[in-house]
Design a protein around this ligand. Structure first.
Ligand code: GUN
Length: 283
């Protein structure tokens, strides 16, 4: 049996069309345009592509973007000075610092400088804490995009066994919290997990965020499971996920492709957070 493909590109298109309508309505009612500041430090090729796609998404939904491309030699003080200026700027509703930052910059110290109300990545301690407590706030974009894709499968999360592979602050941990808040029974696997296949085979919902190409193989997947592939790896010049797509799609019930699955949804959720941040700031 071949799994149903959860098409993040198509779902993104639909959601962004709705957002464009909402943004236009907000502009009509308030006379204000929503703004997102995007900061890229250095010239990491993957980050440069992600930032370009984020700016494009802004154009698509009618959000004004402010782009800051800083040299890799930028100091912590210079970056923090820019963030403080953007915190104080009424035309900026969201601030995003593309990660990873070049060596020498302290990522967590930089992220804490962003006003949590403008933290559209959901990386600030305050937003991470709200997610932990189940108290709303701005939620990290990749995990919230994964939740939308799971919803698209029609499989209800409540009461199901969910396994997340990866425990990063930007994907694995917030993903586990979202699944838990949706009443799944959640297990988080990581590099030290023993007999990982035994654990993943229990999963009705399996989220792979390991950063290793083709890590999840068919023998690790429960027949019929919802498999969400967060990985974007370059292998022999091709983009591949953390899931071995050809074999796993024969076992899973639902699967996200790479590219065209989680990637576009991450950016769509960034737009959702930016609109939400603006509405909360203008309330
Ligand atoms: N680097 C990898 N994923 C992300 C993300 O979601 N946001 C930012 N700012 N940087 C990233």
């Amino acid at each position: 049996m071949s799994a149903t493909v959860l098409d993040g590109k198509a779902l993104s298109k639909k959601l962004r069309e709705g957002m464009a309508e909402e943004v236009a309505l907000i502009a009509k009612e308030t006379g204000r345009q929503i703004g997102l500041a995007v900061i890229l430090v250095g010239e990491d090729p993957a980050s440069t592509v992600y930032v370009r796609n984020k700016i494009r998404a802004c154009e698509e939904v009618g959000v004004r973007s402010f782009q800051y491309r800083l040299p890799a030699e930028t100091t912590q003080d210079e970056l923090i000075t820019l963030i403080r200026k953007l915190n104080a700027d009424d035309e900026v509703n969201g601030i995003l610092v593309q990660l990873p930052l070049p060596k020498g910059l302290n990522e967590s110290a930089v992220l804490e400088e962003i006003n949590y109300e403008k933290d559209v990545d959901g990386f600030h301690e305050r937003n991470a804490g709200k997610l932990f407590l189940g108290n709303g706030g701005l939620v990290a974009c990749t995990p919230s995009g994964c939740m939308e894709l799971i919803a698209e499968s029609g499989v209800s999360v409540s009461g199901k066994r969910a396994v997340v592979i990866g425990r990063s602050n930007i994907v694995g941990k917030p993903m586990a919290m979202l699944l838990l808040n949706a009443n799944a029974t959640v297990t988080v696997c990581h590099s030290r997990t023993q007999n990982i296949a035994e654990v993943t085979r229990e999963a009705d919902i399996l989220v792979a965020a390991v950063g290793r190409p083709n890590f999840v193989t068919a023998d690790m997947v429960k027949p019929g499971a919802v498999v969400i592939d967060v990985g974007i790896n370059r292998l022999d010049g091709k983009l591949v996920g953390d899931v071995e797509y050809s074999s796993v799609s024969e076992v899973a019930g639902y699967i996200t492709p790479v590219p065209g699955g989680v990637g576009p949804m991450t950016i769509t959720m960034l737009m959702k957070n930016t609109i939400l941040a603006a509405k909360q700031q203008w309330k």
